[in-house]
Design a protein around this ligand. Sequence first.
Ligand SMILES: O=C1O[C@H](COP(=O)(O)O)[C@@H](O)[C@H](O)[C@H]1O
Length: 232
Amino acid sequence: MNNMQLQQFPDSQTLNAAFAEQISAQLQDAIAARGEAVLVVSGGRTPLPLFQTLANADLDWSKVTITLADDRYLPDDAPDSNERLVKSALLQHKAAAARFVSLYAQADNAEAAVPELLSRVNGLPRFDVVILGMGEDGHTASLFPCSQELAAGLADDAADLLATNPTTAPYQRISFSKKRLAAGRAIYLHLVGSKKLQVLEQAAAGTDVAAMPIRAFIQLTTPELSVMYADQ
Ligand SMILES: O=C1O[C@H](COP(=O)(O)O)[C@@H](O)[C@H](O)[C@H]1O
């Protein structure tokens, strides 16, 4: 069963302007209702221009906590660290006042870092806005179809986060579980490029979540997944 809502934009500049406005309005509503807001973002290549736009949003960022849906298990100065991207593009300008919760802790490997990271994220309230990305294999966050940990990451009784070991992508990963992400008040999927739309259509046409983990979010009903898409 697919319940997603697709918002299609003529280009990514128009998408980013509208998306940043929507996100700030939802964070503002959360602050008005509960005194704070939690924003979960993704890494990879897609979100950079969105982050640059959102960083200038007029919002009381000091009441906003930002974390990542997932990260590569890398220190924050590594070129492929999602945290590095967030710090350099989103936690700037007005958004520099936000609190950032990192998914990196120094340990022998990602699995060994999980207990400390779990205690770091345990106190976070329900996420107000979750922005997911998607890979061409249908992975989202770091819930990869190829990884042995996928079932644990998709389980209804999953812990908030886990280490994953993709075999088709570099680096060990730390990922929030489907359960924790899907409990968000608003859940978006941010896609740019026709190849990504084809992958989404392929995902929407089937039901096997293990084959394409993004399906776990396409199937959500409360809230429905909002897809923000532009061809380029
Ligand atoms: O590895 C990752 O990939 C996905 C998709 O990234 P993109 O470069 O195709 O936009 C991303 O959502 C995730 O956060 C990241 O760790």
